[in-house]
Design a protein around this ligand. Structure first.
Ligand SMILES: Cc1cc2nc3c(=O)[nH]c(=O)nc-3n(C[C@H](O)[C@H](O)[C@H](O)COP(=O)(O)OP(=O)(O)OC[C@H]3O[C@@H](n4cnc5c(N)ncnc54)[C@H](O)[C@@H]3O)c2cc1C
Length: 278
C-alpha cells in the first residue's frame, strides 16, 4: 500500500507520536496505512537465545511481560514511558521508527545486541540497531519499508543492566536518561555499555566512560572518573527542560545510579527501580 500510495503516505501504529504531530500540522500525510489491522504483529517470544518483539507490541505489554524479571532493563524502560494511556497504545516498532532523540527505547536497546528486521516489497533485511537510526527523527527505513520485528539477544550470565531517567512528570519525555549494561566477574567489570538519552540528536554512546569501567573494579574512584567522561561525551541543548550544564550533571548522576543497580542485578539480586521525578 505504501508503494501504491506514494511518498506522502504514512504508517500508523499506536499514533502516540504521529497523531500529535498531525494535530500540530507538523505532519500532513495524504494517507494513513493502519498497521493495527495486520494480524499477529504484536508478540513477545523467547527463541534462540533472544527475545523477539513484534513491531506492534505495546509498551504496556512489555511492562507486564515475564521477560522483565529476566531482563529487568526492558521493564525499567517500558514501565517508565509516559503514562498508562500512552503505554497502552504506543509500540516498540513505532518508537524506533520515530527515532525521537528523547525516546526511551533506542537508548535502552542500544545497550543490548539488538537487530531490527525490516520488511519491504523487496524482501526482508536485518539492520543492527546501531546502524538503524541515522539522525534525529531519521532512520535507514525506505519509504515503502516497515519494522516487522525487533530482536534483542538475551544478556550473558553475570551481566546486569539498568535504565534510569529524570522526568518533570509522568506524561513528558525525560530531561536526561542513562542506560547501563555491565558484564561482571566478582567486583571487576569485564564489559560495559553506557548509552545516554535526550542529550544529543541521537542516543549518545559514552565510549570513554565504558573504557574507564572495563577491566576495573567498580568503586568510587572508577565511577567518578566514568562520570567525568559522561559529562564530556554528552551534547545537550538548553531548553525548557533545563540548561545544557544541568543536563550534563544529570546524565552523570543517572549513570552513577544506574551502575549501582546494574552491579547488583549482575550479582543476581532483584532490584526494582523507577524513574526519578522532579
Ligand atoms: C504525551 C506523550 C508523552 C510521551 N512520552 C514518552 C516518553 O516519555 N518516552 C518515550 O519513549 N516515548 C514517549 N512518547 C511517545 C510514545 O512512546 C510512542 O509510543 C512512540 O513514539 C511510538 O509511537 P507509536 O507506536 O504510537 O507510533 P505512531 O505514532 O503510530 O508512529 C510514529 C512514526 O513511526 C512510523 N511507524 C510506526 N510503526 C512503524 C513500523 N512498524 N515500521 C515503520 N514505521 C513505523 C509512523 O509512520 C510514524 O512516522 C510520548 C507520547 C506522548 C503523546
Amino acid at each position: 500500500m505504501l508503494s501504491q500510495l506514494g511518498d506522502d503516505a504514512k504508517l500508523l501504529a499506536g499514533g502516540q507520536s504521529l497523531i500529535p504531530l498531525m494535530k500540530l500540522r507538523f505532519a500532513n500525510p495524504s494517507h494513513l496505512v493502519d498497521l493495527n489491522f495486520v494480524p499477529d504483529a504484536a508478540y513477545i517470544k523467547e527463541e534462540g537465545g533472544a527475545v523477539h518483539f513484534g513491531a506492534l507490541t505495546r509498551h504496556a505489554e512489555i511492562e507486564n511481560a515475564t521477560i522483565g524479571a529476566r531482563v529487568p532493563i526492558l521493564h525499567d524502560c517500558a514501565a517508565g514511558i509516559a503514562d498508562v494511556q500512552i503505554r497502552n497504545r504506543g509500540t516498540i516498532g513505532g518508537s524506533l521508527a520515530e527515532a525521537d532523540p528523547s525516546g526511551d527505547w533506542a537508548a535502552v536497546l542500544l545497550t543490548q545486541k539488538t537487530e531490527v528486521h525490516c520488511l519491504s516489497p523487496r524482501g526482508e533485511r536485518t539492520v543492527p540497531l546501531a546502524d538503524f537510526i541515522s539522525d534525529a527523527y531519521t532512520t535507514v527505513l525506505e519509504h515503502d519499508e516497515l519494522v516487522r520485528e525487533v530482536v534483542v539477544k538475551s544478556p550473558d550470565k553475570g551481566s546486569g543492566g539498568a535504565y534510569l531517567a529524570f522526568k518533570r512528570s509522568a506524561p513528558v519525555y525525560p530531561t536526561a536518561s542513562a542506560a547501563v549494561q555491565l558484564g561482571m566477574e566478582g567486583d571487576t567489570c569485564k564489559d560495559a555499555t553506557i548509552i545516554l538519552g535526550c542529550v544529543g540528536l541521537v542516543p549518545v554512546k559514552a565510549t570513554a566512560a565504558e573504557g574507564v569501567l572495563r577491566g576495573s573494579k567498580i568503586d568510587d574512584k572508577s565511577v567518578s572518573t566514568a562520570m567525568e567522561a559522561v559529562r564530556a561525551a554528552v551534547e545537550p541543548q538548553s531548553d525548557m527542560r533545563g540548561s545544557a550544564e544541568y543536563k550534563r550533571t544529570l546524565a552523570a548522576v543517572l549513570v552513577k545510579r544506574a551502575i549501582a543497580v546494574a552491579v547488583r542485578r549482575a550479582r543476581g539480586e532483584r532490584v526494582e527501580v523507577s524513574h526519578i521525578y522532579a
